[in-house]
Design a protein around this ligand. Structure first.
Ligand SMILES: Cc1cc2nc3c(=O)[nH]c(=O)nc-3n(C[C@H](O)[C@H](O)[C@H](O)COP(=O)(O)OP(=O)(O)OC[C@H]3O[C@@H](n4cnc5c(N)ncnc54)[C@H](O)[C@@H]3O)c2cc1C
Length: 551
């Protein structure tokens, strides 16, 4: 029987919401354990549209509080995580002048039918409201309306069916999986007695303790004062493992595809197009690290362990793009990567998945019988709003544990966003990094964009003669070795799927993967059998979950 470890809070699930709460609680001086059955940020938090957005479409469902919070959090992330969150000019094609007003009014007053088409008048009102809600900590220009002629002159491939277009600003995130990890690391820095465990799942309870089990079957017994269930779409299953029955989640699946399509990237010119597909659903396309990211679908589904982008979804997304941009051609051969995730939405009887609330809540299951600790479940929520959600939950936990808040996370920079040089200081930072490490400025610039100020440690380790990957020559083996040694990398796919953007941008070649695996095996002292297992598992996952095939 293993010893029992007493902690303040045990957090089950290290997606963006678990990691956000972990960071906030650790900043308040609490001792926490966060554990995830897989890698940090590998669940739904690795499957979003990669937007840090105010949620303009939630104006339609009257979720004003959510829009106000989301626009504020978007603006804060632009300040606190400037190494991976950046401004995204967004074009909305408009197909009529007056359509959608009666349906929008009905929806606002509780009807469950969304407008199928939003006309220019409705759009103008929506964009003005969006500007208004985004005015706290404003980081973006205001919206404008384009005439049809201007829209077609700017984006010639666009369908001539439009009557006008709107231009407004939101934001995108380049490495969401890395930001989850950075929050975990920031938490550990703030509270050295806390611990973060990946590949460690809940194995049930043992009296007052929760049993955690790692991949080798080793058990740890944790006795918390409070449990936070941050398992996203797995919340009801984790509650069951804790001995409680709940029906909090009613998920929907959303899928994305990434296209290698230089003409489309040129057409987009750094802008996102946020558009209505023929069925009235909102889709989007933008330049994600040089590939065109297209999404997303919204289908009832609740199996987060098997979720993949289906053939029908691929057809739907390609057809929607063809309707929007008839001046370009699209086919399956352009797809380099697909991904899908389950939105952990609150359980709902709504027949229209798009109308289920994207707001969050944190219901509490009070102590009962042998279980002395309450369970707080983090239901719903958007990637964008994780900090605000974490703040609300942390405040509630502090009251329950009779502690007081020491520090607000509102202006706390995250990970490589700490000390990140603003535009006019960038050259100075690069000069400093180059003189300290001897690397050239282009390399320092690449790593600063990729890792923020963490780049300095990687540049120091890499030196000025790094060995680059053969087919993704902006990544070095020394950089990957640094990540493996410093960022709790347990498996090969942690490196290719989450610590780097090698797989999602379709730039991972078979020979690079083999070479990475060999080096990782040497660094982690894996025997040949383990190396073979890792390679097989990574290739199988890439093929089955991401439609990935090596060139
Ligand atoms: C298609 C799609 C598009 C989206 N686009 C956006 C967007 O552009 N912008 C935005 O703001 N939001 C977006 N969202 C919403 C956002 O991604 C999610 O709300 C958010 O990622 C949920 O995070 P989470 O931490 O609650 O859940 P998750 O990220 O799923 O984390 C739960 C974690 O719990 C772990 N876990 C499960 N079972 C156990 C167990 N037994 N023991 C221990 N750990 C366990 C899992 O491994 C997982 O890592 C999108 C969602 C989807 C699906």
């Amino acid at each position: 029987m293993t010893d029992i470890e007493d902690v303040d809070v045990l957090i089950l699930g290290a997606g963006i919401n678990g990691a956000g709460v972990f960071r906030d609680l650790c900043e308040q001086g609490l001792t926490c354990v966060i554990s995830d059955k897989a890698d940090f940020g590998s669940g739904t938090s690795a499957a979003p549209s990669r937007l840090i957005h105010g949620g303009i479409k939630y104006l339609e469902t009257g979720e004003i509080r959510l829009v106000a919070q989301s626009t504020l959090e978007r603006n804060l992330l632009l300040k606190n995580a400037p190494h991976c969150v950046s401004r995204l000019p967004t074009v909305i094609p408009i197909f009529s002048w007056f359509k959608g007003i009666p349906a929008a009014l009905r929806t606002l007053f509780g009807s469950t039918t969304a407008p199928r088409s939003r006309g220019a008048v409705l759009m103008k009102i929506g964009l003005a409201l969006y500007d208004f809600y985004g005015s706290r900590h404003r980081m973006m220009p205001r919206h404008s309306l384009w005439s049809k002629a201007r829209a077609l002159a700017t984006i010639p491939a666009l369908t001539p069916r439009i009557v006008a277009a709107g231009l407004y600003y939101d934001a995108k995130i380049s490495h969401p999986e890395r930001l989850v990890l950075e929050l975990v690391e920031d938490g550990l820095r703030a509270s050295p007695s806390s611990r973060a465990l990946n590949y460690t799942r809940i194995g049930g309870t043992d009296g007052q303790a929760v049993v955690l089990v790692d991949e080798d079957g080793n058990e740890q017994r944790i006795r918390p004062r409070l449990v936070i269930n941050a398992a996203g779409p797995w919340i009801d299953r984790v509650n069951e493992d804790l001995g409680v029955t709940s029906r909090l989640i009613g998920g929907t699946k959303g899928s994305h595809i990434l296209l290698d399509h230089p003409d489309l990237i040129e057409t987009l010119g750094g802008r996102m197009i946020y558009f209505e597909a023929d069925d009235g659903r909102i889709c989007l396309v933008f330049d994600y690290l040089g590939k065109a990211l297209v999404g997303s679908t919204d289908i009832r589904d609740d199996d987060p362990d098997q979720v993949t982008c289906s053939d029908a979804e691929i057809d739907y997304l390609l057809q929607s793009l063809s309707g929007l941009l008839p001046g370009l051609s699209f086919d399956r051969s352009q797809i380099v990567y697909t991904y899908a995730g389950i939105r952990p939405l609150p359980a709902s009887d709504s027949t229209a998945p798009g109308l289920i609330s994207r707001d969050h809540s944190a219901p509490v299951i009070e102590p009962e019988g042998e279980r002395p600790w309450p369970i707080v479940s983090l239901v719903g929520g958007k990637w964008t709003t994780f900090r605000g959600f974490a703040e609300e939950v942390t405040d509630m936990v502090l009251v329950r544990l009779q502690q007081t808040r020491r520090i607000s996370t509102q202006s706390l920079a995250i990970g490589g966003g700490r000390g990140f040089p603003r535009e006019n200081e960038r050259v100075k930072w690069l000069d400093m990094a180059c003189s300290r490490t001897g690397v050239d400025q282009a390399r320092a610039d690449t790593l600063l964009s990729r890792y923020g100020t963490t780049a300095l440690a990687i540049l120091e380790a890499e030196g000025n003669t790094p060995t680059m990957l053969a087919d993704a020559p902006d990544y070095s083996f020394d950089e990957l070795a640094w990540i493996t040694g410093h960022e709790q990398v347990a498996h090969l796919d942690d490196l290719v799927l989450r610590r780097t953007a090698l797989a999602i941008t379709g730039r991972l070649s078979g020979r690079d993967l083999d070479a990475m695996a060999d080096r990782m095996a040497a660094q982690k002292d894996w025997n040949p059998e383990r190396l073979a297992v890792e390679l097989r598992a990574t290739k199988a996952r890439l093929a089955a979950r991401h439609g990935f095939s090596f060139a």
